[in-house]
Design a protein around this ligand. Sequence first.
Ligand SMILES: Cc1cc2nc3c(=O)[nH]c(=O)nc-3n(C[C@H](O)[C@H](O)[C@H](O)COP(=O)(O)OP(=O)(O)OC[C@H]3O[C@@H](n4cnc5c(N)ncnc54)[C@H](O)[C@@H]3O)c2cc1C
Length: 402
Amino acid sequence: MEGEKNTNGLNQEPKIIIIGAGIAGIAAGNKLAKQGFTNFKILEASDRIGGRIWSIITDEDGNKAEMGANWIHGIERNPIYQIADENHLLQLRHKDKSFRRKEMFISERGEVVSERLVKAVDFDYGMLLAACEEFFCNNVPTPEDNDSVGAYLDREMEEKLEKFSNGDRHVREMIFAQRKLLECCISGCDDLSEVSLSEFGSYESLPGIHYTIPPGFDTILDILRKEIPEENIEFSAPVRCVNWDLGPDSEYPVCVEMESGEKHYANHVIVTVSLGVLKAACDRMFNPHLPTEKQHAIDCLGFGTVDKVFIEFEHPLVEEDVFRISILWDNEQPHDTDLPHSWYRKIYSFEVIHERILVGWLSGKEALYMESLTEEQIAEDCVKVLKKVLKKDIPAPLRIIR
Ligand SMILES: Cc1cc2nc3c(=O)[nH]c(=O)nc-3n(C[C@H](O)[C@H](O)[C@H](O)COP(=O)(O)OP(=O)(O)OC[C@H]3O[C@@H](n4cnc5c(N)ncnc54)[C@H](O)[C@@H]3O)c2cc1C
């Protein structure tokens, strides 16, 4: 775009609008500013930057909880890792207590399961998950038509469990089921039967370990934002429509219309809203409509619901060395299948962050149902679970954050 001519023939810097101040919008603004562009504006619907990156301070020591992104997934070719590393944000990692804490595996009846047994099942499970990737990677047909990861894992695991009986088999089944709930959160699905076995290996993981950012994921945003003048970001500015082909008679080819009715004219527009927003509003958001292949991609791509629920207590609930309570739900026990009485059975673990705060993860329809509940109801249900699992009285939490 450097030296680009405006349509009025003058050699002016182009006007650029960026829609959304999530990390994509902020990174775009950072790049433009670094290249010397000044005539750009980021329009953000909410009152903060970050979108699905949202670190909130939880206590007077400044400890943070990540409401959104939490991990840097891999090192090689990962720009987030590069920024975090260059800015020494990962140095604190060695002081992070979670590196020397233990994971407890407890059945819903409160029975602690040995780490040795968990490791044995995990080994088989890990091998099977790796085998799921092979179908795509080696272009091998799946054993059955339209095979799913869930169906394949169940069939293969059944073979491995055949040699065990009674309680021994049962506890292995519970560990296996817990691992599947975890994978639902990783794959972003309600159930692994929704995940195509033939495509599972198409997800490319970046090589390297998965870091967290102890000072908060939002520090990455702060670093990128430094290059962007404050007045270039407009908050509480929801965009309604992008007219992106105004024709040769117009001074600018793009007119971005706000919900407020205000109009911004520009030479270029960079749209960074999420797939969910595009699916919901694509028809009315672009005039003319997007080219067919873009529309097709928006229609065909899918996404699921993965939620975290943070529960803050007045005092720590578990010993200092415990960093996670993994719950082994007993699917052979009779239980209500109604969502009001079963949604919490999708929570596969409660992780300890900053001593007094636990975070539970869940996905799918149970996560959606949780979103409809009051905080009091969520607190009541989670306390019920923790009471059963930890076999002790659990005080009412101070607050629920979600
Ligand atoms: C719970 C959770 C956990 C996650 N964990 C990880 C993780 O551990 N590691 C990882 O790498 N990724 C993780 N992710 C994914 C990661 O957070 C996202 O991929 C990333 O933040 C997306 O950034 P984005 O800028 O593309 O979109 P968004 O963050 O969605 O930003 C889009 C912005 O556009 C704004 N907007 C929408 N509509 C309009 C409009 N009409 N007008 C103006 N503005 C608008 C929104 O308010 C938002 O600020 C997680 C996501 C979630 C939800």
